[in-house]
Design a binder for this molecule. Structure first.
Ligand code: ATP
Ligand code: ZN
Length: 297
């Protein structure tokens, strides 16, 4: 494959847990693609950025070989491959993307008496993540046997392949269904935007920067909320001091009895029940939290 030097390539998972959200993120960044017939390579129509649709495990290697410059993978895949004992890809985790959240955990049979990492000594643990597990065991000074399986790790104890497992968990439902309990969380994972080293003078560096800025904008909007409320003049300062991190609040005078104000502010931090209750206690009323759709700062 020849590559014109001025086009950037980004690889995402073709079909799986990360595919839809990855495509959504790129669409929110204003990228549109013309899909080719083999559906592996999609030509970017709005920017010189093309898309590769591949298996998630191939993405770090493709970046390492220079086939593409950016990719979206679970942190678990990125870390597992960068820990490989030989020819580990050089990969930078550029942004946390806030979806595909899960954890890599060690699970033991429900009846097992687990008292700490030393309980694992000398036992057989099945996993698709031998490098991450090996690294964790070493750091905890435990020597155990790692059985590498590529899929259906959770049934290993029933099949007798291994007594314990180390696998991805999100709700824990699969573990419970297999009479296993989670005892150690060895990695918190989510989808991350990864990239290789950028050569100085590479024309695509500017394009990569532009894309990173758009990704930042999309993430920021996703986390932002518009908070609106009313407050009496005497409580205004106390309430403003409690506001979550965000933009400059807009304070307007309300018509009617007594000095009352209407306040509007874009918050970049979660605004949940505890925050609202604290604001109310300090004198705010008529609190409204609204989603933000687009933002240009
Ligand atoms: P591929 O065919 O691309 O190799 P896969 O079977 O390896 O797909 P998926 O099961 O689609 O991968 O998972 C992709 C990523 O989704 C995982 O690497 C992980 O980061 C994330 N993920 C989120 N929740 C879970 C979960 N409950 N189980 C497994 N992966 C999860
Ligand atoms: Zn995979």
């Amino acid at each position: 494959m020849t590559r014109p030097r001025d086009r950037l390539r980004i690889a995402i998972q073709k079909s799986g847990r990360l595919s839809e959200k990855s495509q959504e993120l790129l669409a929110s960044c204003g990228l549109k693609f013309r899909q080719s017939r083999d559906k592996l390579f999609c030509f970017g129509e709005t920017l010189p950025v093309d898309l590769l649709l591949v298996r998630d495990d191939d993405i770090p290697g493709l970046i390492h070989q220079g086939v593409c410059e950016l990719g979206i993978v679970g942190r678990n895949v990125a870390r597992e491959q960068t820990l490989a004992p030989s020819d580990a890809p050089v990969l930078e985790e550029l942004r946390d993307l806030g979806f595909g959240r899960c954890r890599l955990s060690i699970a033991v049979p429900q009846e097992d008496d687990y008292t700490g990492p030393e309980t694992l000594a000398g036992r057989r643990i099945a996993t698709s993540y031998p490098n991450l597990l090996g690294d964790w065991l070493r750091r905890h000074g435990v020597s155990a046997e790692i059985v590498v399986l590529n899929g259906s790790v959770e049934i290993a104890p029933r099949l007798g392949t291994a007594e314990l497992i180390c696998d991805l968990v999100s709700t824990g439902g699969t573990l419970a269904a297999n009479q296993l309990k989670e005892v150690e969380n060895i990695l918190d994972s989510q989808a991350v935007l990864v990239g290789g080293a950028v050569e100085p003078g590479d024309e695509r560096a500017d394009l990569r920067e532009l894309l990173l800025r758009r990704v930042d904008g999309v993430i920021r909007v996703r986390e932002s909320k518009l908070l609106m409320f009313q407050v009496g003049g005497a409580d205004l300062d106390a309430v403003l001091a409690l506001l979550p991190r965000g933009g400059e609040p807009m304070v307007a005078m309300l018509a009617g009895e007594g000095p009352r104000h209407a306040v509007q502010v874009v918050c970049h931090e979660p605004v949940g029940w505890p925050q609202l209750e604290n604001l109310k206690k300090a004198g705010a009323s008529q609190l409204l939290v609204l989603p933000v759709e687009q933002m240009l700062q």
